[in-house]
Design a protein around this ligand. Structure first.
Ligand code: PMP
Ligand code: GLN
Length: 388
Protein backbone atom coordinates (compact mmCIF):
# COMPACT_ATOMS: atom_id res chain seq x y z
CA UNK A 1 0.00 0.00 0.00
CA UNK A 2 1.25 3.47 -0.72
CA UNK A 3 1.92 5.71 2.24
CA UNK A 4 -1.35 7.52 3.04
CA UNK A 5 0.53 10.40 4.70
CA UNK A 6 0.30 13.71 2.83
CA UNK A 7 3.35 14.29 0.75
CA UNK A 8 4.53 17.42 2.53
CA UNK A 9 4.83 15.52 5.83
CA UNK A 10 6.71 12.54 4.42
CA UNK A 11 10.17 13.96 5.07
CA UNK A 12 9.27 14.07 8.77
CA UNK A 13 9.68 10.63 10.34
CA UNK A 14 9.48 9.89 14.04
CA UNK A 15 11.04 12.73 16.02
CA UNK A 16 14.59 12.18 17.18
CA UNK A 17 13.41 12.65 20.78
CA UNK A 18 10.98 9.73 20.55
CA UNK A 19 13.54 7.58 18.76
CA UNK A 20 16.27 8.22 21.29
CA UNK A 21 14.03 7.91 24.37
CA UNK A 22 12.78 4.56 23.07
CA UNK A 23 16.39 3.49 22.55
CA UNK A 24 17.20 4.50 26.13
CA UNK A 25 14.32 2.39 27.46
CA UNK A 26 15.19 -0.56 25.23
CA UNK A 27 18.83 -0.58 26.28
CA UNK A 28 18.34 0.52 29.89
CA UNK A 29 20.63 3.49 29.25
CA UNK A 30 20.86 6.83 31.00
CA UNK A 31 18.78 9.19 28.89
CA UNK A 32 20.59 12.47 28.30
CA UNK A 33 18.77 12.79 24.97
CA UNK A 34 15.24 14.18 25.24
CA UNK A 35 15.20 17.23 27.48
CA UNK A 36 13.04 16.51 30.51
CA UNK A 37 13.93 16.79 34.19
CA UNK A 38 14.04 13.69 36.39
CA UNK A 39 12.64 15.51 39.42
CA UNK A 40 9.26 17.14 39.96
CA UNK A 41 8.55 20.85 39.97
CA UNK A 42 7.60 23.04 42.95
CA UNK A 43 5.38 21.27 45.54
CA UNK A 44 3.03 24.29 45.76
CA UNK A 45 2.27 23.83 42.07
CA UNK A 46 1.68 20.09 42.37
CA UNK A 47 -0.61 20.61 45.37
CA UNK A 48 -2.60 23.26 43.49
CA UNK A 49 -3.08 20.89 40.55
CA UNK A 50 -4.29 18.09 42.80
CA UNK A 51 -6.66 20.47 44.55
CA UNK A 52 -8.01 21.83 41.24
CA UNK A 53 -8.59 18.31 39.96
CA UNK A 54 -10.57 17.41 43.08
CA UNK A 55 -12.55 20.61 43.21
CA UNK A 56 -14.13 20.40 39.79
CA UNK A 57 -11.79 22.37 37.50
CA UNK A 58 -12.29 19.68 34.88
CA UNK A 59 -14.36 21.24 32.13
CA UNK A 60 -13.48 23.53 29.24
CA UNK A 61 -11.73 26.75 30.17
CA UNK A 62 -12.41 30.03 28.36
CA UNK A 63 -10.65 29.99 24.96
CA UNK A 64 -7.73 32.27 25.97
CA UNK A 65 -7.19 30.41 29.27
CA UNK A 66 -8.53 30.89 32.82
CA UNK A 67 -8.41 34.48 34.12
CA UNK A 68 -6.12 33.54 37.03
CA UNK A 69 -3.48 32.11 34.71
CA UNK A 70 -3.69 35.02 32.30
CA UNK A 71 -3.30 37.40 35.25
CA UNK A 72 -0.27 35.43 36.46
CA UNK A 73 1.30 35.47 32.97
CA UNK A 74 0.77 39.23 32.75
CA UNK A 75 2.31 39.75 36.19
CA UNK A 76 5.29 37.56 35.18
CA UNK A 77 5.85 39.56 31.98
CA UNK A 78 5.93 42.77 34.01
CA UNK A 79 8.01 41.42 36.87
CA UNK A 80 10.82 39.85 34.88
CA UNK A 81 10.87 41.74 31.60
CA UNK A 82 9.06 45.01 32.22
CA UNK A 83 6.53 44.15 29.52
CA UNK A 84 2.99 45.45 29.98
CA UNK A 85 0.39 43.01 28.62
CA UNK A 86 -3.41 43.23 28.57
CA UNK A 87 -4.79 40.03 30.12
CA UNK A 88 -7.99 40.20 28.05
CA UNK A 89 -6.60 40.68 24.55
CA UNK A 90 -2.86 40.04 24.62
CA UNK A 91 -2.52 36.54 26.12
CA UNK A 92 -3.53 33.09 24.95
CA UNK A 93 -2.82 29.88 26.82
CA UNK A 94 -1.84 26.98 24.55
CA UNK A 95 -1.04 23.27 24.63
CA UNK A 96 2.63 23.87 25.32
CA UNK A 97 4.91 26.17 23.41
CA UNK A 98 4.63 23.65 20.58
CA UNK A 99 1.01 24.51 19.87
CA UNK A 100 1.68 28.23 20.22
CA UNK A 101 4.44 27.98 17.61
CA UNK A 102 2.27 25.95 15.23
CA UNK A 103 -0.76 28.20 15.70
CA UNK A 104 1.33 31.33 15.17
CA UNK A 105 2.87 30.07 11.96
CA UNK A 106 -0.41 28.66 10.62
CA UNK A 107 -2.18 31.88 11.57
CA UNK A 108 0.37 34.27 10.11
CA UNK A 109 1.88 32.62 7.02
CA UNK A 110 0.31 32.29 3.59
CA UNK A 111 1.59 29.48 1.37
CA UNK A 112 4.92 30.57 -0.07
CA UNK A 113 5.69 33.06 2.68
CA UNK A 114 9.19 32.78 4.09
CA UNK A 115 10.22 32.24 7.69
CA UNK A 116 13.73 33.20 8.74
CA UNK A 117 15.07 30.94 11.48
CA UNK A 118 18.45 29.92 12.85
CA UNK A 119 19.76 26.42 12.33
CA UNK A 120 20.16 24.11 14.14
CA UNK A 121 16.48 24.69 14.97
CA UNK A 122 14.02 22.99 17.29
CA UNK A 123 12.41 20.20 15.29
CA UNK A 124 8.80 21.38 15.38
CA UNK A 125 9.70 24.58 13.50
CA UNK A 126 10.32 22.84 10.20
CA UNK A 127 7.15 20.77 10.50
CA UNK A 128 4.96 23.75 11.39
CA UNK A 129 6.41 25.85 8.58
CA UNK A 130 5.81 22.97 6.16
CA UNK A 131 2.23 22.42 7.38
CA UNK A 132 1.55 26.09 6.64
CA UNK A 133 2.97 25.69 3.12
CA UNK A 134 5.55 28.30 4.04
CA UNK A 135 9.27 28.12 3.32
CA UNK A 136 12.08 28.16 5.86
CA UNK A 137 15.14 30.33 5.34
CA UNK A 138 17.69 29.01 7.83
CA UNK A 139 20.69 31.06 8.88
CA UNK A 140 23.46 28.84 10.22
CA UNK A 141 24.86 29.21 13.72
CA UNK A 142 28.51 28.14 13.78
CA UNK A 143 30.90 27.85 16.72
CA UNK A 144 33.39 30.71 16.72
CA UNK A 145 37.03 30.48 17.88
CA UNK A 146 35.99 30.29 21.57
CA UNK A 147 33.23 27.78 20.82
CA UNK A 148 30.45 30.35 21.21
CA UNK A 149 27.87 30.03 18.44
CA UNK A 150 27.75 32.98 16.03
CA UNK A 151 25.93 33.85 12.83
CA UNK A 152 27.18 35.71 9.81
CA UNK A 153 25.59 39.12 9.42
CA UNK A 154 25.65 38.98 5.62
CA UNK A 155 23.97 35.58 5.69
CA UNK A 156 21.25 36.93 7.95
CA UNK A 157 20.70 39.99 5.76
CA UNK A 158 20.51 37.79 2.67
CA UNK A 159 17.84 35.60 4.29
CA UNK A 160 15.41 38.52 4.29
CA UNK A 161 13.51 39.26 1.10
CA UNK A 162 10.14 40.29 -0.33
CA UNK A 163 8.44 37.07 0.78
CA UNK A 164 9.71 37.17 4.37
CA UNK A 165 6.75 37.07 6.74
CA UNK A 166 8.39 36.50 10.08
CA UNK A 167 11.52 35.62 12.01
CA UNK A 168 11.21 32.62 14.28
CA UNK A 169 13.73 33.23 17.03
CA UNK A 170 14.65 30.90 19.87
CA UNK A 171 16.78 32.30 22.70
CA UNK A 172 18.13 30.80 24.92
CA UNK A 173 18.62 28.44 22.03
CA UNK A 174 17.99 24.72 21.82
CA UNK A 175 20.11 22.76 20.92
CA UNK A 176 23.21 24.99 21.02
CA UNK A 177 22.75 26.64 24.43
CA UNK A 178 23.40 30.01 22.78
CA UNK A 179 21.94 33.10 24.42
CA UNK A 180 21.58 35.79 21.76
CA UNK A 181 23.31 38.98 22.89
CA UNK A 182 21.68 42.38 22.93
CA UNK A 183 23.82 43.40 19.94
CA UNK A 184 22.76 40.35 17.96
CA UNK A 185 19.12 40.97 18.83
CA UNK A 186 19.45 44.61 17.87
CA UNK A 187 20.61 43.58 14.41
CA UNK A 188 17.74 41.10 14.05
CA UNK A 189 15.29 43.75 15.27
CA UNK A 190 16.59 46.29 12.76
CA UNK A 191 15.99 43.81 9.93
CA UNK A 192 12.47 43.10 11.23
CA UNK A 193 11.58 46.78 11.22
CA UNK A 194 13.36 47.49 7.92
CA UNK A 195 11.47 44.66 6.18
CA UNK A 196 8.31 45.21 8.22
CA UNK A 197 8.05 41.58 9.35
CA UNK A 198 6.93 39.93 12.57
CA UNK A 199 9.01 38.13 15.15
CA UNK A 200 7.70 34.97 16.76
CA UNK A 201 9.93 34.18 19.71
CA UNK A 202 10.35 30.87 21.48
CA UNK A 203 11.56 31.76 24.96
CA UNK A 204 10.79 28.54 26.84
CA UNK A 205 14.27 28.78 28.45
CA UNK A 206 13.82 32.44 29.45
CA UNK A 207 14.87 31.66 33.05
CA UNK A 208 17.90 29.62 32.03
CA UNK A 209 20.52 32.10 30.83
CA UNK A 210 23.59 31.43 32.93
CA UNK A 211 25.96 34.32 32.18
CA UNK A 212 25.19 37.41 34.26
CA UNK A 213 27.02 39.62 31.77
CA UNK A 214 24.80 38.41 28.92
CA UNK A 215 21.34 37.97 30.41
CA UNK A 216 18.34 36.85 28.42
CA UNK A 217 16.77 39.77 26.55
CA UNK A 218 13.30 39.33 25.05
CA UNK A 219 13.51 40.96 21.61
CA UNK A 220 10.10 42.50 22.28
CA UNK A 221 11.80 44.84 24.78
CA UNK A 222 13.87 46.44 22.00
CA UNK A 223 12.63 49.61 20.28
CA UNK A 224 10.00 48.99 17.63
CA UNK A 225 9.59 45.31 18.49
CA UNK A 226 6.78 45.19 21.07
CA UNK A 227 4.19 45.86 18.37
CA UNK A 228 5.50 43.17 16.00
CA UNK A 229 6.49 40.32 18.33
CA UNK A 230 4.54 37.31 19.49
CA UNK A 231 6.41 36.02 22.55
CA UNK A 232 5.99 32.35 23.42
CA UNK A 233 6.87 30.52 26.60
CA UNK A 234 5.78 27.50 28.56
CA UNK A 235 5.59 26.11 32.09
CA UNK A 236 7.29 22.87 31.05
CA UNK A 237 10.90 23.97 31.47
CA UNK A 238 10.62 26.63 34.17
CA UNK A 239 8.57 24.43 36.50
CA UNK A 240 9.88 20.98 35.51
CA UNK A 241 6.53 19.75 34.20
CA UNK A 242 7.22 19.04 30.53
CA UNK A 243 4.29 16.63 30.30
CA UNK A 244 1.71 19.21 31.36
CA UNK A 245 1.89 21.13 28.09
CA UNK A 246 0.78 24.49 29.40
CA UNK A 247 2.27 27.20 27.23
CA UNK A 248 1.27 30.70 26.21
CA UNK A 249 1.76 33.48 23.71
CA UNK A 250 1.74 37.18 24.54
CA UNK A 251 1.94 40.23 22.33
CA UNK A 252 -0.16 42.68 20.38
CA UNK A 253 -3.84 41.74 20.23
CA UNK A 254 -3.80 41.20 16.46
CA UNK A 255 -0.97 38.66 16.65
CA UNK A 256 -2.43 36.87 19.66
CA UNK A 257 -5.78 36.76 17.89
CA UNK A 258 -4.22 35.24 14.75
CA UNK A 259 -2.70 32.41 16.80
CA UNK A 260 -5.82 32.00 18.92
CA UNK A 261 -8.09 31.66 15.92
CA UNK A 262 -6.02 28.71 14.74
CA UNK A 263 -5.58 27.27 18.23
CA UNK A 264 -9.34 27.05 18.75
CA UNK A 265 -9.50 24.48 15.95
CA UNK A 266 -6.40 22.54 16.96
CA UNK A 267 -7.23 21.82 20.62
CA UNK A 268 -9.77 24.53 21.53
CA UNK A 269 -8.52 24.57 25.14
CA UNK A 270 -6.27 22.36 27.27
CA UNK A 271 -5.15 21.41 30.77
CA UNK A 272 -8.05 22.85 32.84
CA UNK A 273 -6.84 21.66 36.27
CA UNK A 274 -3.22 22.44 35.43
CA UNK A 275 -3.87 26.07 34.56
CA UNK A 276 -4.55 27.24 38.16
CA UNK A 277 -1.46 25.35 39.27
CA UNK A 278 0.76 27.09 36.74
CA UNK A 279 -0.72 30.38 37.92
CA UNK A 280 0.52 29.52 41.42
CA UNK A 281 3.95 28.55 40.08
CA UNK A 282 4.38 31.78 38.11
CA UNK A 283 3.78 33.71 41.31
CA UNK A 284 6.51 31.94 43.29
CA UNK A 285 9.06 34.27 44.90
CA UNK A 286 12.27 35.32 43.16
CA UNK A 287 14.24 32.71 45.14
CA UNK A 288 12.49 29.93 43.26
CA UNK A 289 13.67 31.29 39.93
CA UNK A 290 17.18 32.01 41.25
CA UNK A 291 17.54 28.51 42.71
CA UNK A 292 16.18 26.94 39.55
CA UNK A 293 18.78 28.74 37.45
CA UNK A 294 21.72 28.10 39.78
CA UNK A 295 20.75 24.43 40.10
CA UNK A 296 20.79 23.95 36.34
CA UNK A 297 23.96 25.99 36.01
CA UNK A 298 25.85 23.78 38.43
CA UNK A 299 24.60 20.70 36.62
CA UNK A 300 25.74 22.19 33.33
CA UNK A 301 29.18 22.63 34.85
CA UNK A 302 29.15 19.09 36.19
CA UNK A 303 28.23 17.50 32.89
CA UNK A 304 30.57 19.77 30.94
CA UNK A 305 33.48 18.68 33.15
CA UNK A 306 32.52 15.03 32.68
CA UNK A 307 32.37 15.37 28.91
CA UNK A 308 35.75 17.11 28.80
CA UNK A 309 37.18 14.36 30.99
CA UNK A 310 35.76 11.77 28.59
CA UNK A 311 37.65 13.38 25.73
CA UNK A 312 34.95 15.36 23.92
CA UNK A 313 35.49 18.92 22.73
CA UNK A 314 32.68 20.71 24.54
CA UNK A 315 31.11 23.87 23.14
CA UNK A 316 30.20 26.21 25.98
CA UNK A 317 26.51 26.28 26.90
CA UNK A 318 25.24 29.70 27.97
CA UNK A 319 21.69 28.61 28.68
CA UNK A 320 18.89 26.00 28.31
CA UNK A 321 19.02 22.37 29.45
CA UNK A 322 21.66 21.41 26.87
CA UNK A 323 25.33 21.26 26.01
CA UNK A 324 26.88 20.34 22.67
CA UNK A 325 29.92 18.10 22.23
CA UNK A 326 32.12 17.60 19.20
CA UNK A 327 32.68 13.84 18.75
CA UNK A 328 35.75 14.18 16.53
CA UNK A 329 38.31 13.90 19.38
CA UNK A 330 36.75 10.60 20.52
CA UNK A 331 36.93 9.15 17.02
CA UNK A 332 33.40 9.94 15.86
CA UNK A 333 32.53 11.37 12.46
CA UNK A 334 28.76 11.09 12.17
CA UNK A 335 26.56 12.04 15.13
CA UNK A 336 23.64 9.86 14.05
CA UNK A 337 25.81 6.73 13.89
CA UNK A 338 27.56 7.72 17.09
CA UNK A 339 24.31 8.25 19.04
CA UNK A 340 22.80 5.02 17.75
CA UNK A 341 25.86 3.09 18.95
CA UNK A 342 26.45 4.96 22.21
CA UNK A 343 23.91 2.98 24.32
CA UNK A 344 25.56 -0.33 23.38
CA UNK A 345 29.04 1.08 23.89
CA UNK A 346 28.48 2.71 27.26
CA UNK A 347 24.83 2.91 28.28
CA UNK A 348 24.24 6.61 27.62
CA UNK A 349 21.83 8.27 25.17
CA UNK A 350 22.46 11.64 23.48
CA UNK A 351 20.88 13.36 20.47
CA UNK A 352 22.65 13.98 17.14
CA UNK A 353 22.52 17.69 16.39
CA UNK A 354 22.62 17.26 12.61
CA UNK A 355 18.92 16.40 12.51
CA UNK A 356 18.19 20.03 13.41
CA UNK A 357 19.97 21.42 10.33
CA UNK A 358 18.99 21.82 6.68
CA UNK A 359 22.73 21.89 5.99
CA UNK A 360 23.47 18.57 7.70
CA UNK A 361 27.23 18.79 7.19
CA UNK A 362 27.36 21.79 9.51
CA UNK A 363 26.34 19.60 12.44
CA UNK A 364 27.45 16.12 11.45
CA UNK A 365 30.11 15.90 14.17
CA UNK A 366 28.02 17.44 16.96
CA UNK A 367 25.79 15.78 19.54
CA UNK A 368 23.62 17.23 22.31
CA UNK A 369 23.50 16.15 25.95
CA UNK A 370 20.77 17.19 28.41
CA UNK A 371 21.93 18.14 31.93
CA UNK A 372 18.46 18.59 33.51
CA UNK A 373 19.10 15.46 35.58
CA UNK A 374 19.99 14.63 39.19
CA UNK A 375 23.67 15.02 40.04
CA UNK A 376 24.17 11.32 40.66
CA UNK A 377 22.73 10.57 37.22
CA UNK A 378 25.08 13.07 35.60
CA UNK A 379 28.02 11.59 37.49
CA UNK A 380 27.13 8.05 36.48
CA UNK A 381 26.75 9.12 32.83
CA UNK A 382 30.12 10.86 32.97
CA UNK A 383 31.72 7.74 34.44
CA UNK A 384 30.29 5.60 31.65
CA UNK A 385 31.35 8.04 28.96
CA UNK A 386 34.87 8.10 30.36
CA UNK A 387 35.12 4.44 29.37
CA UNK A 388 34.72 5.24 25.68
N1 PMP B 1 10.75 25.13 21.99
C1 PMP B 1 11.91 24.67 22.42
C2 PMP B 1 13.15 25.38 22.05
C3 PMP B 1 11.97 23.51 23.19
O1 PMP B 1 13.14 23.04 23.60
C4 PMP B 1 10.79 22.84 23.48
C5 PMP B 1 10.86 21.53 24.19
N2 PMP B 1 10.29 21.53 25.34
C6 PMP B 1 9.58 23.37 23.04
C7 PMP B 1 9.59 24.52 22.29
C8 PMP B 1 8.27 22.73 23.34
O2 PMP B 1 7.73 23.20 24.51
P1 PMP B 1 6.39 22.56 25.11
O3 PMP B 1 6.76 21.26 25.71
O4 PMP B 1 5.90 23.58 26.08
O5 PMP B 1 5.45 22.39 23.97
N1 GLN C 1 12.20 19.99 23.98
C1 GLN C 1 12.70 18.68 24.23
C2 GLN C 1 14.11 18.59 23.72
O1 GLN C 1 14.56 19.44 23.01
C3 GLN C 1 11.93 17.58 23.55
C4 GLN C 1 10.49 17.77 23.40
C5 GLN C 1 9.90 16.69 22.54
O2 GLN C 1 10.24 15.53 22.67
N2 GLN C 1 9.07 17.07 21.64
O3 GLN C 1 14.78 17.64 24.00
Amino acid sequence: MTDPLVERMRPFGTTIFSEMSALAVRTGSINLGQGFPDTDGPPEMLAAAAEALRSGANQYTPLPGIPALRAAIVAHEQRFWGLTVDPDTEVVVTAGATEAIAAAILGLCEAGDEVVCFEPYYDSYAASITLAGAVRRPVTLRPGPDGRYLFDEAELRAAFGPRTRLVLLNSPHNPTGKVFTRDELTLIASLCTQHDVYAVTDEVYEHLAFTDAEPHVPISTLPGMRERTLRISSAGKTFSCTGWKIGWATGPAALVSAAQRVKQFLTFVNGSPLQPAVAVALGLPDEYYADFRSGLQSRRDRLTAGLVEAGFRVLPSEGTYFVTADITPVGGTDGVDFCRELPERCGVVAVPTQVFYDHKDEGRHLIRFAFCKREEVIDEAAKRLAGL
